[in-house]
Design a protein around this ligand. Structure first.
Ligand code: NAD
Ligand code: WQD
Length: 336
């Protein structure tokens, strides 16, 4: 199939491109490179030995987007493009609503016009908000706590309305839990700009000496060691989930939603200890105050993705830590 990947130069998108190409799909990537480098796609070509068509294109540029759909016959779209920083979204909410919501509406509009009605959308476990109903299932109530999370809920709702208005649409929203790790080749991985917000990139930068120490945000949560629990999922497993979703679209599923996680919860201290053991390296850390907005624990029941998509995560905590560290060591300055 010919698949358009929006945001394909980014962290999850580039890993998905590898899996798509290795599964025999043809890939067209559009990205405005606001949070990525084109080099990620050169690396994807290097890993797979296959070519990718790439266009620097902003989803807000509807004229160019329309032209792209006129120039290429597209079977399905995987929509990764979006801004993803919770903190930034609180400071600059309009940028998030404009980019994520308006950009998505532009995309769905142009898809409608060109009769392309197969879509996989990157949603997030953040849509469950501050919940304590664990494990999280797809039918748990939604409540976003910040503008970023609200953009994901809004886009999911727009997609529901779109499907209600026209049953020819086949839409799969994938709610990712905490994506971590990197491709085993060490050639593609997460390349955060500035100081990382996320745990594993932060630990990796401490390990390589770019940052002095990890601050563990709170050790008085109601968990086995007092630190927060998350469902970390390897980015290559996640990428494979998109192949399962693309194949599922063939069965005309209508609108469906799947949580993608392992179902295992690990604490901050579990991750830290595992990184130290897997890579034989000591990570200096200190215990700091809680980070506003964090919840004690979040992990999924991966049963629905397993039964309906035939997808399940295969990689575990040692793989997360080993692959993140390989990527960091081989690319100390990311794609620079
Ligand atoms: P990323 O920032 O690495 O990738 C997103 C890509 O989209 C970037 O390459 C960026 O340049 C591009 N982009 C942003 N706005 C665009 C626009 N208007 N037009 C064209 N391109 C645009 O992020 P990621 O971690 O790969 O995340 C991919 C998707 O998954 C996002 O939608 C994100 O919200 C979602 N998600 C990510 C996580 C996570 O922790 N990484 C968790 C859950 C959901
Ligand atoms: C994990 C744990 C921190 C950094 C975020 C977004 C979410 C989703 C995934 C997009 C927490 C702790 C972290 C540090 C720490 N993204 N931590 N010291 O917050 O679960 O999820 O990314 O959809 O929307 O909110 O992930 O990696 O930031 O934190 O102690 O320096 O590590 O408190 O318990 P989070 P994270």
């Amino acid at each position: 199939m010919r698949i358009l990947v929006t945001g394909g130069a980014g962290y999850i998108g580039s890993h998905a491109c590898v899996e798509l190409l290795e599964s025999g799909h043809e890939v067209i990537v559009i990205d405005n490179l606001s949070n990525s480098k084109e080099m990620s796609l050169s690396r994807v070509k290097e890993i797979t030995g296959h070519d990718i068509k790439f266009y620097t294109l902003d989803l807000l540029d509807k004229v160019k987007l329309n032209q792209l759909f006129s120039d290429h016959s597209i079977d399905s779209v995987i929509h990764f493009a979006g801004l993803k920083s919770v903190a930034e979204s609180i400071v600059n909410p309009l940028a998030y609503y404009r980019n994520n919501v308006s950009g998505s509406v532009n995309l769905f509009d142009v898809m409608t016009k060109h009769n392309v009605k197969n879509l996989v959308f990157s949603s997030s476990a953040t849509v469950y908000g501050l919940t304590d109903s664990l494990p999280l299932k797809e039918n748990c109530p939604l409540s976003a706590e910040n503008p970023y999370g609200r953009t994901k809920i809004m886009i999911e709702e727009i997609l529901r309305d779109l499907h209600d208005s026209d049953n020819a649409w086949n839409i799969i929203s994938l709610r990712y839990f905490n994506p971590v790790g990197a491709h085993a080749s060490g050639r593609i991985g997460e390349d955060p700009s500035g100081i990382p917000n996320n745990l594993l990139p932060y630990i990796s930068q401490v390990a390589i000496g770019k940052l002095k120490q990890l601050t563990v945000y709170g050790n008085d949560y109601a968990t086995h060691d007092g630190t927060c629990i998350r469902d970390y999922v390897h980015v290559v497993d996640l990428a494979k989930g998109h192949i399962s979703a693309i194949e599922k679209l063939d069965s005309h599923p209508g609108l469906v939603i799947y949580n993608l996680g392992t179902g295992n919860g690990y604490s901050v201290m579990d991750m830290l200890g595992s990184f130290e053991r897997a890579n034989n390296i000591a990570i200096p850390y200190t215990i700091g105050p809680r980070r506003p907005g964090d919840i004690d624990a979040s992990y999924t029941d991966p049963g629905l993705a397993m039964s309906e998509l035939g997808w399940q995560a295969n990689l575990g905590i040692e793989d997360f830590c080993r692959d993140a560290w390989r990527w960091q060591q081989d690319n100390p300055n990311g794609y620079e």
